[in-house]
Design a protein around this ligand. Structure first.
Ligand code: SAH
Length: 220
């Protein structure tokens, strides 16, 4: 099987898309974005043969590239359009970023592991993702200089809702964020920012690596 060329059209990509559709990813634009992102470029060489399986895979530093189903469901829940300015917390491999990029105006992405970010930025250049800006840092504080954001996507789970991020959401904006005290007890929340505050809605259970904020790390 060819490992080169666009992801779309390959039997293993078509199989993955059918599985995602069956499991609830119904948004055609989101499925189209997943179809066009070559996930094989985001995994470590030893996992190339599993690149289009519906599983999370290690990417180094104890982190993982998200499961395609979770990427699909979370992206769909974000209700994107091409005018959206998006903040992503937890760049990781950049796979979720690459799915977001064609569905919005610009993605600002923050990753706390500099070594991961370096590899990932090279991927963005290679794939010519010109509407992505990524930096190293603690994303739980958001990106105040670029706020407000129309959408925020958090791809690591905190024990509670990251309040600083809600403050950087535009009124009418949407945030998708996994929250939970233990890895076995997390759920994805959709936050809608209103003029008065925000509404929160629980979407589905999930398992993410922890959102590590600098202040927590110092206390630990
Ligand atoms: N969306 C990524 C998921 C990577 S796993 C992908 O599909 O590859 C979550 C990532 O969040 C990890 O890379 C981890 O280092 C990062 N992370 C955890 N806490 C963070 C924080 N406070 N700020 C920025 N990134 C963080």
């Amino acid at each position: 099987m060819s490992k080169r060329g666009p992801a779309g059209g390959e039997p293993r990509v078509i199989r993955l898309l059918m599985e995602l559709r069956r499991l609830g990813v119904t948004d055609a634009a989101v499925l189209g974005a997943i179809e066009r992102v070559p996930r094989e470029k985001f995994v470590l060489p030893q996992f190339l043969d599993q690149a289009y399986e519906n599983i999370a895979l290690p990417i180094g530093e104890g982190q993982t590239i998200s499961q395609p189903l979770v990427v699909g469901l979370m992206t769909q829940a974000l209700e994107l359009n091409d005018r959206c300015k998006v903040l992503e917390v937890g760049t990781g491999s950049g796979y979720q970023t690459a799915v977001l990029a064609p569905l919005c105006r610009r993605v600002y992405s923050i990753e706390r592991h500099k070594s991961l970010l370096k590899t990932t930025e090279a991927r963005f250049r290679d794939l010519r993702l010109t509407n992505v800006t990524a930096i190293a840092g603690d994303g739980s504080r958001g990106w105040p200089e670029q706020a407000p954001f129309d959408r925020i996507m958090v791809t690591a789970a905190g024990t509670k809702l990251p309040e600083a991020l809600i403050g950087q959401l535009a009124v009418g904006g949407v945030m998708i964020v996994p929250v939970g005290s233990r890895s076995s007890d997390q759920e994805v929340l959709r936050i809608r920012r209103t003029a008065e505050g925000y509404h929160s809605e629980s979407l589905f259970p999930v398992r993410f690596v922890p959102l590590v904020s600098d202040s927590e790390e110092k206390r630990a």
